[in-house]
Design a protein around this ligand. Structure first.
Ligand code: PAF
Length: 286
């Protein structure tokens, strides 16, 4: 497995691979890999001849410097896991290679989607994500790229960017991998203490109450679904925790879904602070 730090070298590796007639799949990450990332890599393996993974904790997408400082990192362990998965090349750039100025003057923004859900409490977050994903795509020029559906808003905005800017890459969105009790895999889970970890199951349990209600009544409205979610979250939340947002949304526009229409086909999205750790999750209602 090649470990590459320089932009020119990852571009040359990818270009050479494609010139040899092979396809390239790309899995961008911020490291501290877990089963969700491994699943992305295994899906990538099914599609392409060569797999490139990037590990880069992107400062531009953190609107809170404490969050950036506390983001878990363990590059040695990550490299071990990537070797086990037979990844072909890992791209680990230095921050100063990518951000020479404090903040780049050019941004890629999609205010219609960025000012919803996570973007409300994390201003600038999605501009940071689009900036780095756009640049990584420019350098790696992958045929395929893989993202997790846990970050539903992120994958939707990346799909939009690729479509709007006619970028020659096919995006795959991969279902969320969960712990046995339903907690979505996330690098941030490592920051939960035992009590927070057990409280965090409230998110999945609340989503499942809505999903089960729809199984019993296909015509359950968005307002009924919202009420189930509301009551479950408020009843289960402890004094140390707090809600960022939750609701039932249109999965394409991320607008709140019309109260009197069926919830079936819509998206539950939730962001909670369990203690100091911000967790997000979502479920497409079927
Ligand atoms: O989902 C992530 O880990 C990051 O937002 C991404 C896509 C790697 C961009 O930094």
């Amino acid at each position: 497995m090649l470990v590459i730090h320089k932009i020119q070298e990852i571009s040359a590796y990818s270009k050479g691979t494609k010139q040899a007639g092979l396809t390239v799949a790309f899995v961008p990450t911020m490291g501290y890999l877990h089963a969700g990332h491994i699943q992305l890599i295994r899906e990538a393996r099914k599609r392409a001849n060569r797999i490139i993974v990037s590990i880069f904790v992107n400062p531009l997408q953190f609107n809170d410097s404490e969050d950036l400082k506390n983001y878990p990192r363990n590059p040695e362990r990550d490299l071990g896991l990537l070797r086990e998965e037979d990844v072909d090349a890992v791209f680990m750039p230095e921050v100063r290679q990518i951000y020479t100025d404090e903040k780049p003057g050019t941004i890629i923004s999609n205010p219609g989607l960025a000012n919803k859900l996570c973007g409300i409490s994390r201003p600038g977050h999605f501009e940071g994500v689009l900036f780095i994903v756009h640049n990584l795509f420019q350098w790696v020029q992958p045929d395929f790229a893989f993202f997790g559906l846990k970050d539903y808003q992120q994958q939707l905005m990346i799909r939009k960017m690729v479509n709007d800017l006619a970028m020659p890459v096919e995006i795959f969105s991969i279902p969320t991998i969960r712990e046995e009790d339903g907690l979505a895999m996330s690098s941030r889970n490592a920051r939960l203490n035992n009590s927070e970890r057990s409280r965090s199951t409230l998110i999945f349990q609340s989503m499942m109450l809505v999903q089960n209600a729809i199984h019993e009544n296909k015509n359950l409205t968005n307002s009924d679904a919202f009420l189930i979610l509301h009551n479950s979250l408020h009843a289960g939340l402890s004094a140390e925790d707090r809600i960022d947002y939750f609701g039932i949304y249109d999965p394409q526009t991320l607008e709140l879904a019309a109260a009197d229409k069926p919830a079936l086909g819509n998206l539950i999205a939730i962001a909670l602070y369990i203690g100091k750790v911000r967790l997000i999750d979502n479920l497409l209602l079927v």
